[in-house]
Design a protein around this ligand. Structure first.
Ligand SMILES: Cc1cc2nc3c(=O)[nH]c(=O)nc-3n(C[C@H](O)[C@H](O)[C@H](O)COP(=O)(O)OP(=O)(O)OC[C@H]3O[C@@H](n4cnc5c(N)ncnc54)[C@H](O)[C@@H]3O)c2cc1C
Length: 459
């Protein structure tokens, strides 16, 4: 590659000794084979990469961690732009605004915010990238009380497809700013993001778990329970088939369980009263108690390091008894499944579209989000996991919502949005990246017009 500007980071090419580690995604089962890898050390490096790629007729795929690398597809005509080194973090305790570089992972920010008694709308896993997660929406442990993380973004620094660096906010590039909030990284490469934090230090949180054979009783009770919980409660019902790994706590190691995890931003006595119908089912494990918001990344037991895995998700418009029966039929004790986890996240509350204003995706028009994943150490296990994911989706298709959620989809899919939103995203893409330089995990096809007015990247 020929860089017209000076590169402060690193260019790694296929003949370089560290090529294989440079091209590796967090999802180790994804064998990324890009034309080149650039580790950008500054926004100027991102611009230089874009200009060099344009000159060579290549595309650019920005990647923070590679948690959602699976849907990218072939990268042979694409430069993989790793943002790890864009690691700036600042937290302003007065304005309660955080500014993070594109390479920052959630734990780094939640640690920094906790020092000021502030909470961020972080996802369940410590090492997911703040920017990739937020551009795709962002369902946190506070999703039902605060809505999507994308709604809290106030500004982004973005390198456009012509290499220029702009600031997108309510007053500058408003269409781009709208698209970035939930529509994914389709129209520009974000080098830094600014968003709101909230004063909060401690919540009631924990996990209740039972042998998987009790799933019909437990999930039916949870299903009834979520109908009445206040919006300060965000919970997950899940089926776990845990491997005998030494880094899992002893009571969970090698076990098949049904579990309910929840975060309750409520006083302890109110949480105890709320939990009583679930505790009446005599869970084998009960970890509920006061929890520092900075420790919530431990609750969901996501792997804290890269793994070979395959997963996929869908939104459900509801979970009536027929849907729950279909879910249990697919995932219950009677099945020998290659899925480590199949979870149902309770949505609603502030996640309902329009409750908290925002951009392209300001909420999820569904009652539950399903996400399932299995460990895939080899090609045969990827095929096996994908076959079961297809079966699961088919079984629940009668209850599938009309829209989707980008962050929980790890396979090629385009029908995420209502038609008006999809049309406006296409128009933004056409205005900002008409040559389709940016290779996103969930792409938007370049519009051919008739999508309504969008002001392009005039500066
Ligand atoms: C273990 C695990 C736990 C998860 N938990 C949650 C959760 O609790 N809630 C939730 O909502 N989601 C969750 N997710 C999904 C996660 O939010 C998505 O996979 C998200 O896309 C990951 O972002 P990333 O930057 O880490 O991944 P990447 O694969 O690096 O990025 C994904 C995509 O984001 C875009 N992107 C990334 N950086 C930039 C940039 N600088 N500029 C422009 N576009 C960019 C690109 O299109 C890229 O392909 C989880 C995923 C996993 C594997």
């Amino acid at each position: 590659m020929d860089f017209t500007g000076e590169l402060h980071g690193r260019l790694v090419l296929p003949h370089d000794p560290d090529w294989h580690t440079a091209r590796m995604a967090w999802q180790l089962a994804v064998d990324q084979q890009p034309a080149a890898v650039v580790f950008a050390a500054s926004a100027q490096d991102v611009s230089a990469t874009v200009l060099a790629a344009v000159q060579m007729g290549l595309r650019v795929a920005p990647q923070g961690t590679g948690h959602n690398a699976a849907p990218l597809g072939p990268l042979d005509r694409t430069v993989l732009l790793r943002t790890d080194r864009l690691d700036e973090i600042s937290v302003n305790p007065l304005t309660r605004i955080a500014r993070v570089g594109a390479g920052v992972r959630w734990l780094e920010l939640t640690d920094a915010a906790s020092k000021y008694g502030l909470m961020a709308l972080a996802g369940s896993a410590a090492d997911v990238g703040v920017v990739g997660y937020t551009l795709g929406g962002g369902v946190s442990w506070f999703a039902r009380s605060h809505g999507l993380a994308a709604n809290q973004v106030v500004a982004a620094d973005v390198v456009l497809a012509d290499g220029t660096l702009v600031r997108a906010d309510a007053h500058h590039h408003p269409d781009l700013f709208w698209a970035l909030r939930g529509g994914g990284g389709i129209a520009g490469i974000v080098t830094a993001l600014e968003f709101r934090l909230f004063p909060m230090t401690e919540v009631q949180a924990g996990l209740l778990a039972w042998p998987i054979e009790q799933a019909p009783t437990v999930l039916s009770a949870w299903r009834r329970w979520v109908d009445d919980v206040p919006d300060q409660v965000t919970s997950v019902g899940r089926m776990l088939r845990l491997p005998p790994l030494p880094d899992l706590p002893e009571p969970l190691r090698g076990r098949s369980l049904v579990a309910i995890e929840a975060v309750c931003d409520l006083p302890a006595p109110q949480t105890d009263t709320l939990l009583s119908p679930l505790r009446a089912l005599a869970p084998e494990l009960d970890t509920f108690g006061p929890t520092a918001v900075g420790d919530l990344h431990l609750l969901h037991m996501d792997p804290p390091y890269p793994v070979p895995a395959a997963g996929d998700g869908m939104l459900l418009s509801g979970l009536p008894s027929g849907a729950l029966a279909a879910f249990l039929g697919m995932t219950g004790a009677g099945r020998d499944l290659p899925l480590l986890s199949v979870e149902l996240r309770h949505l609603g509350g502030a996640l309902r579209p329009g409750v908290v204003g925002g951009g392209a995706v300001d909420g999820l028009d569904a009652e539950f989000a399903l996400f399932a994943a299995g460990i895939t150490p080899d090609a045969a296990s990827v095929v096996a996991v994908h076959a079961v994911l297809d079966e699961l989706r088919m079984a629940l298709s009668p209850w599938e919502a009309a829209t989707g959620y980008r962050n929980f989809v790890e396979r090629s899919r385009e029908d995420f949005d209502p038609p008006q939103v999809a049309a406006r995203l296409r128009a933004v893409k056409a205005a900002y990246d008409p040559g389709d330089l940016i290779h996103a995990n969930h792409p938007v096809r370049v519009s051919r017009g008739n999508e309504g007015p969008v002001r392009g990247p005039a500066r």
